[in-house]
Design a protein around this ligand. Structure first.
Ligand SMILES: Cc1ncc(COP(=O)(O)O)c(C=O)c1O
Length: 380
């Protein structure tokens, strides 16, 4: 049977090492609520990422919903339509109106040039996403936020470990959130975190993720249950041992894609940002139908038939889902770049154990499809 290749495949920790930690947890019988492994993992993670304070969460979505609560964000928030739907859902769950602003074409991140026009007296914050792990234009976004007195919360779900000029991009804005979902560069099966800059904010975050408890009998806020458990924290600690090696393996795959697909007309990549320590979270290609000859959806289907399952991240745009499409800011004319990118994008498989042969197969297939356009007979 042909092996099916998916867009990603999770890395798991060494089973024997994990079993040892499980035995310890079984003995301790402390399963959640800020246990030993939770504390150790939080500390190790802050060190690894180069951030002052981090709070673990049970997933990235609850981290995002809680981050908005921590800063008391209300009214309207400017955000991107080109993301995973959880970014906007987090606003909706807080009764906040999302205001979509278009993206720029170089990295598919929120376009700072278009933010100001979307600000109203009700705007309280900006919620950009470091899509595919590439940093937003954080200086420009901060400058606008400062001028209008807005908060900035980065959805950094894709940006684990990314540094710009040697500095973690998680240290920008008021808060950043991470996701450690199984599909991410770094996973704790499910999981997430909020990064903040001061102890007081961390304290507040920690209250909020534990029902608002500030002591045995004291509840200081209407918090939620978003705690990470001991088993996930122990798993996460082990994952830190191999993360550098795994990012290195991803880099080789990224390089190989660039080399093998680089000369195919109509197939475009995102620019390479030389100032980055990048995490190679995704490998999106953009298929220009006019130049390539067939549409992204046809390429997607052809690859699927070969057992290679790319994903159209991020199509459809969040602004096109029924909950959001009635908003003024969701109209197509205003989101021209995002619509184009969503129509052309296809994320190709990338994960540390990916067989490099798969890249050759994809390259061959794309070349055949391209020749097909020129009228030659294709044997599939
Ligand atoms: C950009 C973005 N934001 C938020 C999330 C939500 O994270 P989680 O799945 O951990 O809830 C994800 C991924 O799942 C994501 O890709």
């Amino acid at each position: 049977m042909k092996k099916e290749i998916f867009v990603t495949q999770p890395v798991l920790p060494d089973l024997e090492e994990f079993t040892e930690l499980l035995k310890d947890i079984w003995e301790r019988k402390w399963l959640t609520n800020n246990g030993k492994y939770h504390q150790d993992f939080e500390k190790a993670l802050a060190d690894y990422l180069g951030v002052p304070y981090i709070s673990l969460f049970s997933n990235g979505t609850l981290a995002l919903i809680s981050a908005l609560q921590v800063l008391n964000i209300t009214g309207e928030v400017i955000t991107t339509p080109y993301s995973f739907v959880a970014t906007t859902h987090a606003l909706w769950w807080n009764n906040i109106k999302p205001v979509f602003v278009d993206i720029e074409p170089d990295f598919c991140n929120l376009d700072p040039q278009k933010i100001e026009a979307a600000i109203t007296p009700k705007t309280t914050a900006i919620l950009p996403v470091h899509v595919y792990g590439n940093p937003c234009d954080m200086d420009k976004i901060q400058e606008i936020a400062d001028r209008y007195g807005l908060k900035v919360i980065y959805d950094a779900a894709h940006a684990f470990g990314v540094k710009q000029n040697g500095q973690s991009i998680l240290n920008f804005g008021d808060l950043s959130i991470l996701s450690f979902h199984a599909t991410k560069v770094f996973n704790t099966i499910e999981g997430g975190a909020i990064v903040c800059h001061d102890e007081k904010t961390k304290q507040r975050i920690d209250y909020l993720k534990n029902f608002g408890f500030a002591g045995e009998t004291e509840v200081v806020a209407p918090g939620i249950n978003a705690k990470m458990n001991e088993i996930q924290a122990a798993y996460g600690l082990l994952q830190l041992k191999t993360i550098d090696k795994n990012i290195e393996a991803r880099k080789l795959i990224d390089n190989s894609y660039r080399e093998k697909l680089g000369n195919i007309r109509g197939i475009h990549f995102l620019s390479e940002n030389k100032s980055l320590d990048y995490n190679y979270a995704y490998f999106p290609v953009f298929i220009n139908e006019e130049e390539f000859g067939i549409s992204r959806d046809e390429v997607y289907t052809e690859l699927n038939e070969q057992g290679i399952h790319g994903r159209r991240y991020f199509y459809p745009l969040i602004s096109q889902f029924p909950t959001y499409r009635g908003l003024d800011s969701a109209s197509s004319e205003k989101l021209f770049v995002a619509e184009k990118m969503a129509k052309e994008v296809l994320c190709l498989p990338i994960y540390p154990e990916l067989d490099l042969e798969v890249i050759n197969t994809i390259a061959e297939l794309l070349k055949k499809l391209e020749r097909n356009l020129n009228g030659n007979i294709v044997s599939k």
